[in-house]
Design a protein around this ligand. Sequence first.
Ligand SMILES: [Mn+2]
Length: 184
Amino acid sequence: MIYTHIIKKTKKVLSHISTVAPTAEIIGLGDLFECTISKKKAKTTRNAKLKDAAIIEEKFLDLLTFPSIIGNQEERIALVTGDQRFLQYELEKNIDHATLIHGHQIDWDESFQPTFPPIKTPLLFFGHSHEAAIYADGIRQKVPYNIPLAIGQRSYQINVGAVVDNKEWCLYDSDAMTVTFMHA
Ligand SMILES: [Mn+2]
């Protein structure tokens, strides 16, 4: 069962969130699923069976009780299967002083340097590459774990990291205007 470890990690993150921030609203940042058909093959694949395009497990679906942004994986699964359920997620979400997108909406050059899209909020949160990262006005900085970072008047672009590899998530307090990188 390939998915057992993903379910385990997702449960650990959700339980950590409920311990640390029981009243926090949870929002996923995309790529909840993984398309098992490659990017290259996906160009010509249509009407594939869902079981051939993604691993979908009831036990995992049961954990997804929160809204999410759409990721490139959901888009690819929808493309190759025609299954519209994978397009139910929002492309962008705006919350207090923050914009949420998936990282495939950012331009990445060959050395993975991002050009962020123009947004109206000081904070941009995204997921995509499985590595937490923080950019202050576009310049990458060291990720501070477990320490609330005061946003002040700056603009930050924040990759919250991945549940699947490192059980990472980010706590954003929009009243205190702090961001805390977390490891479950
Ligand atoms: Mn992605």
